[in-house]
Write a protein that binds this ligand. Structure first.
Ligand SMILES: [Zn+2]
Length: 283
């Protein structure tokens, strides 16, 4: 049956109806199957399948490169590292403040102690003899002792807070260091994966280039144009089914293909990919 003839006009009568024929309210005529102006020998058309395999491989590699789990993991670790760094800065700042506060309190203790010693020396030297002055001096010494106790308590408290902060800082530092190690390890794995992907990509690209060099320019242009919109430029016709979109062709379409010259470049009506015929096409 010639492509131009209406369905059922062939010498063999109507082709057997398929369920799709009956169910389709606007059945596709054989004319709907696009036979492009591009022609290529069956051998050349078979190369398109190899090309499609390589393109699929390149697509998988690109997808793998974009979706590498190490990249996501590294991003997560970087966020954590940033948090640790911020927490360390806060802790270091607090520690600095505490340290200054402690020095101040210690200086105060020293001053009070010096004053007590001075007062006691006056007392011991018998310099003060008047009863009222003596009582006043003794009361001052008592007050100074209380002040000293209070200040020493403040110093102790500050020291305790400092110890807590110091152990907190140590924990943060340890965390930061081990995170740094983990990040280096993940980055190394990521780089190894990138290197592997790049190597495989280069290999597939080389194969593709040498394969594409054997495909006529008009066929390659058609293939690439379909590939850009469909992702895959060519598919095999296997057992009456387009392996690109997995649609079974109806009997009329198959008849058209059967009647087509081997060098006709046929496209799937459904997905528009180039349909490559092989001995397994079921024709
Ligand atoms: Zn298809």
């Amino acid at each position: 049956m010639a492509p131009g003839l209406p369905r059922g006009a062939g010498p063999g009568g109507d082709p057997p109806k398929t369920p799709r024929d009956r169910g389709d309210p606007s059945p596709r005529t054989p004319l709907g199957l696009t036979l492009g102006p591009v022609k290529a020998s069956p051998q050349t058309q078979l190369r398109l399948l190899e090309l499609a395999d390589l393109d699929a491989e390149l697509g998988r590699l690109d997808h793998r490169r974009r979706g590498l789990p190490e990249v996501t993991e590294l991003g997560r670790l970087e966020v954590r590292a940033g948090e640790l760094k911020d927490a360390l800065i806060v802790t270091e700042t607090e520690l600095g403040d505490l340290s200054r506060e402690q020095s101040r309190a210690e200086r105060d203790v020293d001053q009070v102690r010096t004053r007590i010693e001075k007062d006691r020396a006056r007392l011991d030297a018998g310099q003060v003899s008047a009863a009222r002055e003596l009582a006043s001096l003794q009361s001052e010494i008592e007050n100074l002792h209380r002040r000293q106790d209070d200040l020493e308590e403040v110093v102790l408290e500050l020291m305790e807070r400092r110890e807590t902060l110091e152990s907190q800082r140590d924990e943060l530092t340890t965390g930061r260091d081990s995170l740094g190690g983990e990040m280096a390890e993940v980055a190394a794995r990521r780089d190894a994966a990138f290197a592997e992907i790049d190597e495989q990509t280069a290999k597939a690209s080389d194969q593709r280039a040498s394969l594409a060099a054997d495909v006529p320019a008009d066929l390659l242009a058609l293939y690439d144009q379909i590939r850009k919109t469909k992702g895959v430029g060519a598919a095999v016709l296997r057992a009456g089914r387009c392996e690109g979109c997995h649609l079974s062709l109806n009997a009329a379409d198959l008849n058209v293909i059967r009647a087509s010259a081997p060098d006709e470049v046929i496209r799937c009506e459904e997905c528009r990919r180039i349909l490559v015929r092989t001995p397994e096409s079921g024709l």
